[in-house]
Ligand binder design. Structure first.
Ligand code: AHM
Ligand code: MG
Length: 327
């Protein structure tokens, strides 16, 4: 079944027409981005630019190319009133639009991987526009308000994984037909896991609950957990979340002494991924709070995030709670 056929069958209610248009254009954008990434150095798409984004990170050539592809495709949907992107400081207002939706996206997540030919992704989410000419405040909605969230993974295959609030489905790009095909219906994250993903080089900066959890994992059969754990770190959140959707695991970018609010951005990284993970039966927390319930203070706000297999997430949240009680 193609993604278009799937959406025709599954999108229902007041949002069906608008979301079909938006997702059709997301699909087009993702195909174009996949081609730009595939062509890489041949098309002169590699390397960095002189510019920086709002987070002060040097922009890669592909950061800008992929942002432009996404904006251009979504402008065509006619349903989007405004957009925010990791690569653009202010909200993008769609001047001539009667659009009823807002789009939040990171066009190229994990872009430090691009020049070394490792998987990257695109993350997006759709909110209802309460205003035809949306201002910054109109975007500041909690993650529970998301109507759709998804990511594209440019890995060994190109995939699009989506939730419309009714489970999670994964589609693989068939390059022969140029169509996304349903290959991963109703994705479910196993409740238990023995795999974790965290940037271990930050160990000395973490707070005690995270250190405690990782210490236990490292002790394996010789410690409290009485089982050995495995570790992965791709440095691409999309690749880590995809692995967790396929075989379980925990992904963490927690708050630490260097970056109190963590590294990842709430509105176009943490919220869409948390929506997808919860829809697949997993959990997502800052340690102290469910990510989806946070009221954003800014469109580029950062947030600590710990997500994945439900029983492990509950355990880590429990460690944070114990620490809070001791204070
Ligand atoms: P980016 O949006 O600038 O690519 O940064 C987000 C990425 C995530 O995909 C990944 O989990 C993290 O940054 C990697 O961080 P680190 O450089 O500490 O490994
Ligand atoms: Mg990013």
């Amino acid at each position: 079944m193609t993604m278009t056929e799937f959406l025709t069958q599954h999108l229902q209610g007041e949002h069906a027409t608008g979301l079909a248009a938006i997702l059709g254009n997301v699909e087009l954008a993702v195909k174009k981005i996949a081609t730009a990434i595939d062509e890489g150095a041949i098309a002169g798409n590699m390397g960095s630019l002189d510019s920086e984004n709002i987070q002060g990170e040097v922009q890669k050539t592909l950061d800008v190319i992929t942002n432009d592809i996404f904006v251009e495709a979504l402008l065509k949907s006619g349903c989007v009133a405004g957009m925010i992107s990791e690569e653009v400081i202010d909200p993008i207002q769609v001047a001539s639009s009667n659009g009823q939706y807002l789009l939040c996206f990171d066009p190229l997540d994990g872009s430090s991987n691009v020049n070394v030919n490792i998987s990257v992704g695109t993350i997006f989410s759709v909110l209802k526009a309460n205003n035809i000419k949306p201002e910054l405040n109109d975007f500041l909605q909690a993650g529970t308000q998301q109507i759709v969230a998804g990511y594209a993974l440019y890995g060994t295959s190109t995939m699009l994984v989506l939730t419309t609030g009714n489970g999670v489905n994964g589609f693989t790009l068939n390059k022969k037909t140029n169509q996304f095909v349903l290959t991963h219906p109703n994705m479910q994250i196993p409740q238990d896991t023995t795999e974790f993903a965290i940037n271990m080089s930050n160990y000395r900066f973490w707070q005690e609950p995270v250190q405690h959890y990782i210490d236990e994992c490292l002790q394996g059969t010789e410690g409290e957990r009485d089982k050995d754990f495995n570790m992965r770190w791709v440095a691409s959140m999309v690749a880590e979340v995809h692995r967790i959707l396929v075989r379980g695991g925990v992904f963490m970018y927690p708050s630490d002494a260097k970056s109190k609010m963590g590294k990842l951005r709430l509105m176009y990284e943490a919220n869409p991924m948390s929506f997808i993970v919860e829809q697949a039966g997993g959990g997502s927390t800052t340690g102290a709070q469910r990510v989806l319930e946070i009221n954003p203070a800014g469109i580029h706000q950062r947030i600590p995030i710990i997500l994945g297999s439900k029983n492990e997430i509950d355990r880590i949240a429990g460690y944070h709670l114990v620490k809070k009680r001791k204070r």
